[in-house]
Design a protein around this ligand. Structure first.
Ligand SMILES: [Fe+2]
Length: 279
């Protein structure tokens, strides 16, 4: 782990205090309340591929993580790109109406894990009961921390004008903590399970991208909400942020296998030239 350790966290910064433990009893995994939360979460995730757990952070936790976000914001790396939802190059053999020919824009600001040493965010990400909770919701025996020095934990800041292009995720699942809503815009739009392993449903994807069909899901999570999505077959985007305030979220990467990381070239592409080289 190449994250710099600065001064130790105080008791008030213990990650347990960042969670609303009455509602989400992460420190009592054998309790009936915990089992109920897990069963409810699994049921909802199986139905929709999207799970939002509102009020997951305590008031103290939300305040503390937003303080981190404010302090880290000057280090954010701006990235702008045009892409199709598959993140593949367009080739001549693709028919004219192939959805890969429709590009949309990503413009956003990210702070990488290597810039988060000593923060409450980093402590929460590494806190074992949170990893266990994610594994339990997903029905996995355990999850591992992503081992990339930059990509393991990313603070995403969508400033006014920023947006995230329509895409499918490469990862099977993603876990996100929402920290701040935009004044207007900044909607998460999604078409869960629009494709499957055996059926790309190019027509359905094209209809959403060309705005012939509305995406079935459109929402804005309240700050403090923990979100899990199955993104591989869920077409999704973040609409343009409008108003004065940024939309801020924290992406926590957990993996089913240990040892996962980006190669150095991709890391620098995502996080800028100051991102660490491979050791
Ligand atoms: Fe995504």
């Amino acid at each position: 782990m190449s994250v710099a350790q600065s001064e130790p966290l105080t008791d008030a910064d213990a990650p347990a205090a960042f969670i609303d433990l009455e509602r989400y009893p992460l420190t009592a995994p054998d309790s009936a309340g915990y089992v109920r939360v897990i069963e409810d979460a699994r049921g909802r995730l199986a139905q929709s591929a999207l799970l939002a757990l509102p009020g997951f952070l305590s008031a103290h936790g939300l305040r503390r993580l937003r303080e981190d976000a404010r302090a880290l914001e000057p280090r954010a790396h701006r990235s702008v790109k045009q892409s199709n939802p598959y993140n593949v190059p367009v080739t001549d053999d693709m028919p004219d109406d192939h959805p890969a020919r429709i590009l949309s824009t990503t413009e956003r600001h990210g702070v990488a894990y290597h810039d988060m040493g000593g923060t409450a965010m980093a402590a929460l990400y590494r806190w074992a009961p949170l990893g266990r909770f994610v594994a339990d919701v997903l029905g996995l025996r355990q999850v591992h921390l992503h081992e990339d020095p930059s990509n393991a934990l990313v603070l995403q800041i969508y400033k006014p004008g920023d947006q995230l292009a329509w895409h499918f995720d490469r990862a099977h699942f993603s876990t996100i903590l929402q920290l701040q809503k935009a004044d207007e815009g900044g909607y998460f739009e999604a078409a869960p399970n629009i494709r499957s392993e055996g059926d790309e449903n190019l027509e359905g994807v094209h209809a959403i991208l060309s705005e012939k069909r509305e995406p079935p899901f459109r929402g804005r999570s309240e700050p403090g909400t923990f979100v899990i999505i199955f993104g591989r077959n869920c077409l999704h985007r973040v609409t343009r942020v409008i108003g004065e305030h940024a939309r801020i979220s924290l992406i926590l990467s957990y993996e089913e296998q240990p040892g996962m990381k980006l190669d150095a070239k991709t890391r620098k592409l995502f996080f800028g030239p100051d991102a660490p080289d491979d050791p």
